[in-house]
Design a protein around this ligand. Structure first.
Ligand code: TRP
Length: 360
């Protein structure tokens, strides 16, 4: 069969990308799926943008949160360290308030259905779609031909992570929007090619909310990132109080006092970022933060922010350390979560095997 090109390059969440019509409605339950890779230390951006959001969602909707160890190995990971890194992310989930009796928390690699559905999706996704993925271009750099094939097909596995649970909402950072578009394309093409309208939902990225875009402390135009060579660019979840205070003191700013209005704030990325961090930590809008600090200099604002950050993050890193002191308990939680995840994924895979026509 000829490979139909994606009919519409202009992505819209309101249309089915195969038909350009409103999508056939998906009748299944609402579900949330997301994951974080166990590579490198977690920072404030991950905490506010992902973990806190997950913990909030678990009270509203059936939530599956995994540790993306299969995605981590798309670049080299030391086998002696990987399982420990996986426990560390799990400890951070728990410390941030994810509750294993509410959310299903598990290691991705423990649920082989992700890989199985991932293969089928590799046969659904088109090369042209993957060629457009900007994250691969960034991560592979100049030496594309030396990258793993897995790094290239990474977003196809991500689609399987999401659709194996028929998730409808996916809380992720801005940088994952394109991968969610691909997920929708894959879902739509599967439904279309196998003539099963509405079989997979077309999941939506949830990228909004306080803490959605926490920027580097050294450069207000770059996202806070674990791969930034400067440790001063980020606040790690494991930083102690002195380190947090010092990093905030050194954070890049301009010489002006904080503005009174959001309009003026927009033109000053570093100030905007620190106001955003304050707001996310204090559960205040940026406007509320400006109402309190507008007109004051950074000499007053930075110490207030440092105190707040220490007060909010201290208990999280303490809790993380407590969990990590008992790896057997973490393993018990991950094992139980994996069992629940396998049970949730199995029916999708059974149906997919039938739909595709595999022998059984
Ligand atoms: N690619 C995501 C990131 O780097 C991690 C991830 C893998 C993910 N699979 C996922 C996120 C499925 C949401 C849903 O942040």
């Amino acid at each position: 069969m000829g490979a139909p090109a994606r009919p519409n390059d202009l992505y819209s969440e309101k249309t089915d990308p195969m038909t350009d019509q409103p999508p056939v409605s998906y009748a299944g339950p609402q579900r949330v799926v997301s994951g974080v890779q166990p590579s490198g230390a977690l920072h404030l951006g991950n905490y506010l943008g992902a973990l806190v959001k997950f913990a909030r969602l678990q009270h509203q909707i059936d939530t599956f949160i995994f540790v993306a160890d299969m995605h981590a190995v798309t670049v080299w990971q030391d086998p002696a360290l990987l399982a420990g890194q996986t426990r560390e992310i799990a400890a951070a989930y728990l410390a941030a308030g994810l509750d294993p009796s509410k959310a299903t928390i598990f290691p991705q690699s423990a649920v082989t259905a992700h890989a199985e559905l991932g293969w089928i999706f590799q046969c659904v996704a088109r090369l042209g779609w993957l060629d457009r993925m900007t994250q691969f271009k960034e991560k592979s750099g100049k030496h594309k031909e030396r990258s793993s094939v897995g790094l290239y097909t990474y977003p196809v596995l991500q689609a399987a992570d999401i659709l194996v649970y028929k998730a409808t909402q996916v809380p992720v950072g801005d940088d994952q929007k394109q991968h969610l578009e691909l997920t929708r394309d894959i879902a739509a093409k599967f439904n279309h090619d196998f003539d099963r309208p509405g079989f997979f939902p077309l999941p939506e990225a949830m990228t909004e909310g306080p803490g959605a875009r926490i920027m580097s402390l050294r450069d207000g135009s770059a996202k806070m990132s674990k791969s930034d060579p400067s440790d001063n660019s980020r606040i790690n979840l494991t930083d102690d109080a002195d380190t947090i205070a010092q990093k905030i003191r050194k954070a890049r700013t301009d010489p002006e006092p904080l503005p009174e209005t959001l309009e003026e704030l927009k033109a000053r990325p570093e100030a905007d970022n620190l106001v955003g961090v304050y707001g996310a930590l204090a559960d205040m809008t940026k406007a509320q933060v400006l109402a309190e600090f507008g007109g004051q200099g950074f000499g007053a604002f930075k110490p207030a922010l440092a105190d707040l950050a220490v007060a909010k993050l201290g208990p999280v890193s303490d809790a993380m350390r407590r969990y990590l002191a008992d790896p057997a308990e973490i393993d018990r939680i991950l094992g139980a979560g994996a069992e629940r995840a396998r049970a949730a994924a199995a029916p999708t895979l059974d149906e997919v095997r039938k739909i595709v026509g595999f022998w059984r």
